[in-house]
Design a protein around this ligand. Structure first.
Ligand code: PMP
Length: 374
C-alpha cells in the first residue's frame, strides 16, 4: 500500500499504539477518583499534560484536551463570541478556512453575529488592505487557518496580528493550526486561541487540543459535574498517546520537513511535464500538500484507478470530498479547476520507492484517461 493522504489522517505509530494499550490496561482508574488507582492515573495525566505544554511552550492553564479540531474550532469561535458579545458582534474569517469553520459561522449568524470574509492575494495570503477595511469597532474575533488543508497555503499570522493591533486593540486572533502542528514550527505567541487534532500527527482519532492564552475570555460550551472548562472524565489513553505522538512529531522537525520537501519537488517535477494539469500551489504552500487539477478527468475516476494499484490520495479534502474544492475556487475562481482537484499529501515516513511507484502509476493512468479526451 502507498498512502499519500496524510493530511486527511495518519496511521497511529506503533509506539504510540503501545502507549495507548498500556495506559488503557494499567491506568484504567478515573483520574478524578480519590483512591490510589485514581491518583496513579491523575499523576500520569498531569505528566502527559505537562509534556504537551513544554513541547508547545505554553502554560498548563492554557491547554484543554478536546475530541479534535472540529470541537476546538467550535469552542474557539462560539465560546469567544458568547464571552465577548458586550464588546461587539462582528467576526472576520478568511476564505481559506476548513469547512468546519464555515459551518460554525453559519450558526453564529443565527445568533446575531455578523461574519466578514477577508479577501486574499493571488498567492492565497490574507489581503492586508482588505483586512484593515473589514475591521470595525464591533470586531471581536479574527480566525485565520494557519495552513489551508487543500492547498497547503500558509498565512503570515504575526503580520496579521500586527495589522489587527494597529486597527483596534484587543481583537482576539484564533488560528486553526491542524495542518501545521507537527509539520512546521508553530509559535503559540502568534495567536490567542488555536485548534488542532491528534490524528494528523500519528495519534489516534478522538483527541485534539484547544489553546487559550491566559486572560482571553472564552466561554466553555460544556456543562457538567465540575466547573472545569471541559468537564467529564479525561480520556487518559488518548491524552498520553497525543503527548507521545507530539513529541515524536516535533523531534527533528526541520529534518522531517526537508525529507517532505524532497518528495514534493520530485512529484512536482514529474507533474509539470503534463501541460494540461494545473498545479494549485503558491510560493506560500507548505511541501506536505500537493494539489493539482486534472481539468479533463474526473478526480473520482483517477483516484479509483490509483486505488486499484493500492495507492491512496484524495480529491480535495476528506471533509468535502465529492464537492468542488472551495479553497481552489477561492484561489483561482475557475469552476473546472476547482471540480477536478486531487490532493497528494506527504509525510516524512514516505519512502523514495513509494514516490517512484506512485509516479509510474500516475503517468500511466493519466496518459490513458487523458487520451480518451483527445
Ligand atoms: N481544520 C483543519 C485545517 C483540518 O484539516 C481538519 C481535518 N481535516 C479539521 C479542522 C477537522 O479536524 P477533525 O476532523 O479532526 O475534527
Amino acid at each position: 500500500m502507498i498512502y499519500l493522504d496524510y493530511s486527511a489522517t495518519t496511521p497511529v505509530l506503533p509506539e504510540v499504539l503501545d502507549s495507548y494499550n498500556k495506559v488503557t490496561t494499567d491506568y484504567f482508574g478515573n483520574p478524578n477518583s480519590l483512591h490510589n488507582l485514581g491518583t496513579k492515573s491523575k499523576e500520569l495525566l498531569d505528566s502527559a499534560t505537562k509534556q504537551v505544554c513544554e513541547l508547545l511552550n505554553i502554560n498548563i492553564e492554557e491547554l484543554t484536551f478536546t475530541s479534535g479540531a472540529t470541537e476546538s474550532n467550535n469552542i474557539a469561535l462560539i465560546g469567544t463570541c458568547l464571552a465577548n458579545k458586550s464588546n461587539g458582534n462582528h467576526i472576520i474569517v478568511s476564505k481559506l478556512e476548513h469547512p468546519s469553520v464555515y459551518g460554525i459561522c453559519d450558526y453564529l449568524n443565527t445568533l446575531g453575529f455578523k461574519i466578514s470574509y477577508v479577501n486574499h492575494t493571488e498567492e492565497g495570503v490574507v489581503d492586508f488592505e482588505d483586512l484593515k477595511k473589514k475591521i470595525t469597532k464591533d470586531t471581536i474575533l479574527v480566525s485565520i487557518c494557519m495552513v489551508n488543508s487543500e492547498t497547503g497555503v500558509r498565512q503570515p499570522l504575526r503580520t496579521i496580528r500586527q495589522i489587527m493591533n494597529k486597527c483596534k486593540a484587543n481583537i482576539i486572533l484564533h488560528s486553526d493550526i491542524t495542518q501545521a502542528l507537527g509539520k512546521i514550527p508553530v509559535n503559540f505567541n502568534d495567536f490567542d486561541l488555536a485548534s488542532a487534532s491528534g490524528h494528523k500527527i500519528f495519534a489516534p482519532k478522538g483527541i485534539g487540543i484547544f489553546y487559550k492564552k491566559k486572560n482571553i475570555k472564552c466561554n466553555s460550551l460544556l456543562y457538567g459535574s465540575s466547573h472545569d472548562f471541559h468537564p467529564g472524565t479525561p480520556p487518559l489513553p488518548l491524552i498520553v498517546s497525543f503527548s507521545k505522538a507530539l513529541r515524536i512529531a516535533l523531534h527533528e522537525i526541520t529534518k522531517k520537513q526537508e525529507i517532505v520537501a524532497k518528495w514534493n519537488e520530485k512529484i512536482l517535477k514529474n507533474i509539470v511535464k503534463f501541460p494540461d494539469i494545473k498545479i494549485n500551489h503558491t510560493k506560500y504552500s507548505i511541501p506536505h500538500i500537493i494539489n493539482i487539477s486534472l481539468m479533463d478527468i474526473k478526480p473520482e475516476t483517477f483516484i479509483h484507478a490509483l486505488e486499484k494499484n493500492e495507492i491512496y490520495v484524495s480529491s480535495n479534502t476528506a471533509c468535502s470530498s465529492g464537492k468542488m474544492s472551495t479553497s481552489v475556487m477561492a484561489l483561482y475562481n475557475d469552476k473546472t479547476r476547482a471540480e477536478t482537484t486531487i490532493r497528494i499529501s506527504l509525510s516524512y515516513l514516505t519512502k523514495l520507492e513509494d514516490i517512484t511507484v506512485f509516479l509510474n502509476a500516475f503517468n500511466i493512468i493519466y496518459d490513458k484517461l487523458h487520451s480518451l479526451n483527445e
